[in-house]
Design a protein around this ligand. Sequence first.
Ligand SMILES: [Zn+2]
Length: 186
Amino acid sequence: MSAPVISGAENAPAMPAVPRKERAVPERSAVDAVYRQTVSSLGDGVCPRCRGRVTVDATTDGWSRDQGPRSLTYGFEYACRDCGGRWTTTVGETVLDHPAVAAFYHDHGVDLRDSHVWELEFAATDHDTRVRSRDPLRLELRPRCGNDELVLVVADDGSVVRNSRHTKFTARDTWFDRPAADAGRN
Ligand SMILES: [Zn+2]
């Protein structure tokens, strides 16, 4: 049985071979890519190691990365029911993929994919995180861009239950109150 022939193709002149272009993959390290996949998988409730189911719980007791001194206060602890794997992430890492986070930074001209996760302060640290309420436990994360602030309220299962934006006007009011003629002298 011969291969099927596309009608008309048998008489068409041979097409010159198009040289394959090697496209540059956006520059980001493999470590960052694996890290993002791990965090994303945990957020989906899937073990990044064995694809089993993971449970999640918020912690406010302090934790550390790599068995070092406890330098972080808030986070989410994940445990795999199948392989026993355990991970802890910051609140910022947990919400890294949330559309409100991407949109907030995008509106300020920042593509979060252009940086390593550990270069994003809201994700690498918990400086912008606090407890909003204890019962039920709600953590609040407030990443900032200029005078704008994104306020995310995160439940103890890592889901974002509320998000809003604030603008800090303090600096702007001072600047506006100043007569334009004096602006260059001070
Ligand atoms: Zn597992």
